[in-house]
Design a protein around this ligand. Structure first.
Ligand SMILES: Cc1ncc(COP(=O)(O)O)c(C=O)c1O
Length: 604
């Protein structure tokens, strides 16, 4: 029930209830009151029976849970009510309510529910007591305060994004930018005619990023590119452009065009596997090996054949942050193209590195300076420093994006060329990207990236000092530290990851792809908001975890012992089986354990 007027001070809520009232000693009527809401309601019938006078008009409006709203007949003030021998002057709202018992019962519920929300603390209302719908939509609405509180409270159980060291995605932006984003949260990006300035900002971002990647453009020449939801969408678009170009060429040459493939390292992010599966392109992966966790350009070029639509190199491997050698790949591929007459191009997946290399490794040649690099994607929401929901794909030239993939739609007002997988999306992220580009400029981005790199080194050195870890990331790459235990025979990286959660840290552990799947690593991504203090604190917490693990029996041994009925003595497996049998059991257990963990520890 919603009342437009101010309420009296709240008293303890006894809930709503119906009181039988006798008039003239014989007639029994129902009166209803809800003291908790400081609302007393009297049916019109009772008002009339009592012969009361002094009904005043009221602006109060009652909204009932069945969505009907009622305007009371009026209100009466200071009706003397005898309570336990004391006369209490009481105000009533007089409502024309039918006196059928069922009806009254229904009204009672409704009154109680609404008074709960308007007056009581949300936590005293029934909404926090009843189970929430999980599968089917609830029959009735609930008040906004209750909906907010319930959802807000459940969300408290999510991790703290700032302590989520698993993710490259931005978790902090300046309040001024937050303000801009909130102000544009209701703008659909695709309505370009209605929001021409937003479209203009996206075009400016495309131009700025293309120049950052050394696209061969004149100073005021417009670049070819588009804003996307993230690198995944950007990669789908770039992949489609390669596939279509390759198919067109094969058709012209009268050659079969039904078996396209793409060459990548086995370290590619899952979005490449998605692209391959969704768009029916064979994914040919160069296998990794222990100690070498990126695509080997020589092996990649060996795998290229006439059906290869492109080779995808990663600037900043998801697994260990390492930059792949795009220059060497380009040079080897130029040679192969000359020898074979093919025209195999390169795409650079610079999801993370695209906003790092231009600022702290400007001399590194990985971008459009290399002739075979035809398109590049970058995540605006990673080191582009914008909250989740923005990526970019830039093509070297107009000719690299087949015109037939661009749709021209005009039903929203004017011609709108679009090349995206989805239609509607928010504008805030695009606006925020432009904010970051102009607010930080080259200097600002460089400072942020250098800072991240320094904090990465603090963390790396802290971990090295423990003497327990092998660092598998490189200093000159994405600022992250990927590390594995020197000895994980008693306790493993997954246990460290689990135990760090107790301190609030989210540090993923995962196994490397083939042929390095026996290597497990922990990875800490250093973002802008991960300060030196936090880096030092994390080292201390990792030390604590290591000390604690040292005092615990080996988890794997305990589990194996439990599963085969053996004893664990001080963490050492006392085996009744032959050594070979025990080794086999351990290996089987490990495999199962790692596979289970793999399912729950996706890295992005
Ligand atoms: C190398 C690489 N490519 C692509 C992606 C997917 O990016 P997004 O999350 O922006 O779709 C990631 C995500 O971490 C990545 O690391």
């Amino acid at each position: 029930m919603m009342f437009e007027e101010a309420f009296q001070a709240k008293v303890d809520d006894p809930g709503s209830f119906v009181i039988p009232i006798s008039v003239g000693g014989s007639e029994l009527l129902k009166g209803m009151t809800d003291l908790g809401a400081s609302i007393n309601m009297m049916p019109l019938a009772l008002y009339e029976k009592l012969g009361l006078v002094g009904l005043e008009p009221t602006r109060k409006k009652l909204m009932l849970a069945d969505r009907t709203s009622r305007v009371p007949h009026g209100k009466i003030k200071d009706i003397p009510i005898l309570l336990d021998g004391i006369v209490v002057p009481t105000d009533f709202v007089v409502l024309n309510i039918e006196e059928k018992s069922n009806d009254v019962a229904r009204w009672q519920v409704l009154l109680a529910s609404d008074s709960d929300v308007s007056i009581n603390s949300t936590f005293a209302s029934r909404y926090v007591r009843t189970p929430l719908p999980r599968f089917k939509m609830a029959e009735n609405s609930i008040p906004k305060e209750a909906a907010f509180q319930i959802i807000n409270d459940e969300l408290m159980l999510d991790g703290n994004p700032r302590l989520n060291l698993a993710s490259f995605v931005t978790t902090w932006m300046e309040p001024e930018c937050d303000k801009l984003m909130m102000a544009s949260i209701n703008k659909n990006y695709v309505d370009m005619d209605e929001y021409p300035v937003t479209t203009e900002l996206q075009n400016r971002c495309v131009n700025i990023i293309a120049h950052l990647f050394n696209a061969p453009l004149g100073d005021s020449e417009a670049a070819v590119g588009v804003g996307t939801v993230g690198s995944s969408e950007a990669i789908m678009l770039a992949g489609l452009a390669f596939k279509r170009k390759w198919q067109n060429k094969r058709k012209e040459e009268g050659k079969p065009y039904d078996k396209p493939n793409i060459v990548t390292g086995a370290n590619v992010q899952v979005c490449w596997e998605k692209f391959a599966r969704y768009f029916e392109v064979e994914l040919k992966e160069v296998k990794l090996r222990e100690g070498y966790y990126v695509m080997d350009p020589e092996k990649a070029v060996e795998m290229v054949d006439e059906n290869t639509i492109c080779v995808a190199a990663i600037l900043g491997s998801t697994l260990n942050g390492e930059f792949e050698n795009v220059k060497l790949l380009n040079d080897l591929l130029v040679k192969k193209n000359q020898e074979t007459g093919w025209d195999t191009p390169i795409h650079v997946d610079a999801a993370s590195g695209g906003f790092i290399a231009p600022f702290i490794y400007p001399e590194l040649e990985w971008d459009f300076r290399l002739p075979l690099v035809k398109s590049i994607n970058v995540s605006g929401h990673k080191y582009g420093l914008v909250y989740a929901g923005v990526g970019w794909v830039i093509w070297r030239n107009k000719v690299d994006l087949p015109e037939e993939l661009i749709f021209h739609i005009n039903y929203l007002g004017s011609d709108q060329p679009t090349f995206t997988l989805n239609f509607s999306k928010g504008s805030s992220q695009i606006i925020a990207q432009y904010y970051q580009l102009i607010r930080l400029g080259y200097e600002g981005y460089r400072n942020v990236m250098e800072n991240c790199r320094e904090n990465m080194i603090v963390l790396k050195e802290g971990l090295e000092k423990t003497g327990r870890f092998n660092i598998v990331s490189k200093e000159d790459g994405v600022p992250l530290v990927a590390f594995s235990l020197n000895d994980n025979s008693r306790h493993n990286e997954f246990e460290i990851s689990d135990m760090l959660r107790r301190f609030g840290w989210i540090v993923p552990a995962y196994t490397m792809p083939p042929d390095a799947q026996h290597v497990t690593v922990l990875r800490v991504v250093i973002r802008e908001d991960f300060s030196r203090t936090l880096a030092e604190r994390l080292v201390l917490d990792i030390q604590k975890v290591l000390h604690e693990l040292d005092t615990l029996p080996s988890r794997i041994n305990s589990k194996i012992a439990a599963s085969v009925g053996e004893n664990v003595d001080n963490g050492t497996l006392v085996t009744k089986h032959s050594d070979i049998e025990a080794t086999r059991k351990i290996a089987t257990y490990w495999r199962k354990y790692v596979l289970e963990k793999k399912k729950t520890n996706g890295v992005c």
